[in-house]
Design a protein around this ligand. Structure first.
Ligand code: ADP
Ligand code: MG
Length: 264
């Protein structure tokens, strides 16, 4: 049964989407079955996976509003090997439509429950704010993976995020765990990076991944080709770093490889 991981940070531009697309591709490369869920109305994970967000027949909107099932909405991204539940601006409309519904926080969880057996990992790309779409992601998730830049304000942002996680635990999802903290756009030549890194290790211990993601131009270029770095430039430092992260995650979970997808 899939482990459901929300990739979240209320701060924008920290590498949430880059992490989702590249981790999804790297986990697929290690023969894990992966579903990537784009819950951000910006649709960056969708475009970055090579799917045109402006030409979707079905999207996360249809799932959240119960017009379609995840299995009907998910697209197999052949180039990268994972499945994608795409999203675009319609997700904002779903948020508005859900406002007056009972159980509005749990729509995504109930929908994903039906496909959990088909995957090893379900990754959810979250928008950079705490709205109903994010709450749906955090309600559906077993854990949160937090990408962050090692900069001066990072720890402040992290305190806000821990606060959010606590609130979610007290309300919609008591079982929500911290999956791990991922240092992105990492530059070991910068002494502030090393200071922040040391503080992270002090507070979060082994929740901080040993794998770090360097600043790497290939990671920034690949989305414009609709590809994960692994398919755009396999030998790039960015691609290699995300493979290392996938390896570390899989070892932590001890998940077994699964062969061909199970027919349902
Ligand atoms: P978020 O989803 O948190 O807003 P993104 O993943 O979209 O963040 O990243 C923000 C910008 O930084 C994007 O233009 C992306 O291509 C770029 N970027 C992300 N990670 C890296 C990295 N490790 N090296 C270089 N550029 C990166
Ligand atoms: Mg994003």
């Amino acid at each position: 049964m899939a482990r459901v991981i929300a990739v979240t940070n209320q701060k924008g531009g920290v590498g949430k989407t880059t992490t989702c697309v590249n981790l999804a591709a790297s986990l697929s490369a290690t023969k894990r079955r992966v579903l990537l869920v784009d819950m951000d109305p910006q649709g960056n994970a969708t475009m970055g996976s090579g799917v045109d967000k402006n030409a979707l027949e079905l999207s996360g909107y249809d799932v959240l509003t119960k017009r379609a099932e995840v299995a009907d909405v998910a697209i197999t991204v052949d180039t990268a090997g994972f499945d994608l539940m795409p999203g675009n601006g319609d997700l904002t409309a779903a948020e508005v439509e859900l406002m007056n519904e009972i159980g509005r926080e749990h729509r995504l969880r109930l929908a994903l429950n039906k496909v959990r057996d088909n995957y090893d990992y379900i990754l959810i790309d979250c928008p950079p704010s705490l709205n109903l779409l994010t709450v749906n992601a955090l309600s559906a998730a077993d854990s949160v993976l937090i990408p962050m830049q090692c900069e001066y304000y990072a720890l402040e942002g992290l305190a806000a995020l821990m606060n959010t996680v606590e609130q979610i635990q007290e309300t919609v999802n008591p079982d929500l765990q911290i999956e791990g903290l991922l240092r992105t756009m990492y530059d070991p030549r910068n002494s502030l990076t090393l200071d922040v890194s040391a503080q992270l290790a002090e507070y979060f211990g082994d929740k901080v991944y040993r794998a770090v993601i360097p600043r790497n131009v290939r990671l920034a270029e690949a989305p414009s080709y609709g590809l994960p770095a692994l398919k755009y430039d396999r030998a790039s430092k960015g691609a290699v770093a995300y493979l290392a992260l996938a390896g570390e995650m899989v070892r932590r979970h001890g998940t077994k490889k699964t062969s061909a997808p199970v027919a349902v």
